[in-house]
Design a protein around this ligand. Structure first.
Ligand SMILES: Cc1cc2nc3c(=O)[nH]c(=O)nc-3n(C[C@H](O)[C@H](O)[C@H](O)COP(=O)(O)O)c2cc1C
Length: 399
């Protein structure tokens, strides 16, 4: 497959295992990671019903392909939050990449730069944002609202001065959802993995740190998630629309609001100056029972019209899922866990391979659906298979 994109992925520098499919990749990642780290990555909150529902909802969407439209020349290129990208995909903010590979965010960012897609760096990144920007990747900074307001706003300034291309405010984490796998595992971070952007807070005594910089996130307690304890101490549950206004006026960076499922909230975010929204249930990690984000997408698309970009995440697992999201009105998607599977298995080359695979599938899917570009994919019709269509009443006459 030759990708016809300005920053199209080329062949991987170091050959990596040619994963036959995503299931195989997921298996390899699971085998490569300690059990509790795998659980932290893979898990959702509560009974994990939203985690499962995200996949089920995507699989219920059937695409209706168009024909006789000459698809010999096509492109996967996208335009996300002011940047030209090789495909309408960005890397979702995921905390602590160094948990799964020693090269952490640097490897992911190098892969993103090579593949021509943006990477979002979490507030809980294990690598400083300046180093990530230094890889040449389009870098978005994801902000969690911290109890220490001044330090939080200082992070906004740091992202702008450090060369980030957008600020993404995550609004669905007043605290961490109850991730029962982490609770059962007494999950804690190893000492070498640190939330480096919060390091100055630890020095300031707000978040008690041990001599090696360890925090509450590093203290394993049976029957408790140390990362949840840490975020409880660090994140402020009191974020409001007024704070969004303050953040909007604080920075000239494009603002992305992540974690919306309600169309009225999305409309309000755009009225408050958001340039893009991310329809998301945090990959099933916050409110268990929340709507699959793909099901929230159409209403949010129509509420916003063309006034802001609509991105989507939670459950995107291949190029066909990207097409499904485009067909239902997304301008692009974020991927979370699959990128980390690649990183865990093969570092930079593994992360790159994930992006390359996605691009190849999207390139193929576009053509088979009768589309030559993303815009045409956004005009595809879909058919929704119902989860539990009522079984036919045997006594009812067939008309
Ligand atoms: C291990 C892990 C850590 C995450 N950390 C963050 C984070 O720091 N900030 C954030 O906004 N979202 C975070 N998320 C949520 C992702 O940005 C994204 O919404 C979700 O993973 C998308 O679903 P997917 O994994 O099914 O692609 C995290 C998700 C995972 C799996």
């Amino acid at each position: 497959v030759t990708l016809q994109a300005p920053a199209a992925p080329g062949p991987a520098r170091e050959p990596v295992t040619d994963w036959p499919d995503w299931t195989q990749l997921e298996r390899l990642a699971r085998a490569a990671l300690p059990g509790p780290v795998w659980d932290f990555l893979a898990g959702g909150s509560g009974q994990e019903s939203t985690l499962r529902a995200n996949r089920a909802a995507l699989e219920r969407i059937s695409l209706i392909p168009r024909v006789l439209r000459d698809v010999s020349g096509r492109t996967t290129t996208g335009h996300l939050v002011g940047a030209d990208t090789a495909m309408p995909v960005a890397i979702a903010p995921v905390a602590y990449h160094r948990l799964v590979h020693p090269d952490g965010e640097l490897a992911s960012a190098r892969a993103a730069a090579r593949a021509g897609v943006p990477i979002t760096i979490s507030t809980l990144s294990s690598t400083p944002l300046e180093q990530v920007v230094g890889t040449g990747a389009i870098t978005w900074f994801q902000l969690y609202w911290l109890r220490d307001r001044e330090r939080c706003l200082a992070l906004v300034d740091r992202a702008e001065q450090g060369g980030c291309a957008a600020l993404m405010l995550t609004v669905d984490v007043p605290w961490m959802g109850r991730r029962l796998r982490d609770v059962r595992n007494g999950f804690a971070l190893p000492d070498h993995v640190q939330a480096v952007h919060l390091a100055s807070e630890t020095a300031g005594g707000h978040y008690p740190a041990g001599p090696s910089g360890s925090t509450a996130a590093h203290e394993s307690v049976l029957g408790r998630s140390a990362v949840a304890t840490h975020t409880d101490l660090t994140f402020a549950p009191a974020l409001t629309w007024a704070d969004l206004d303050e953040i909007r006026s604080r920075t000239r960076l494009p603002l992305i609001v992540k974690g919306l499922l309600d169309a009225d909230d999305a409309r309000r975010a755009v009225d408050a100056g958001a340039d893009a929204v991310v329809v998301s249930n945090h990959g099933g990690r916050q409110l268990d029972g929340a709507l699959p984000s793909i099901e929230a997408l159409p209403a949010i698309r129509s509420a916003i019209g063309g006034q802001a970009q609509v991105l989507l995440d939670s459950g995107i697992r291949d190029g066909i899922d990207v097409l499904r999201a485009l067909a239902l009105g997304a301008d692009g998607v974020l991927i979370g866990r699959p990128l980390l599977w690649g990183l865990a298995v093969g570092g930079e080359a593994g992360a790159y391979r994930v992006l390359e695979l996605l691009a190849a599938e999207l390139y193929d899917g576009l053509g088979l659906a009768g589309c030559t570009d993303v815009r045409e994919a956004q005009n595809l019709k879909t058919f929704l298979l119902h989860a539990s269509s009522p079984s036919p009443d045997p006594d009812e006459e067939i008309p």
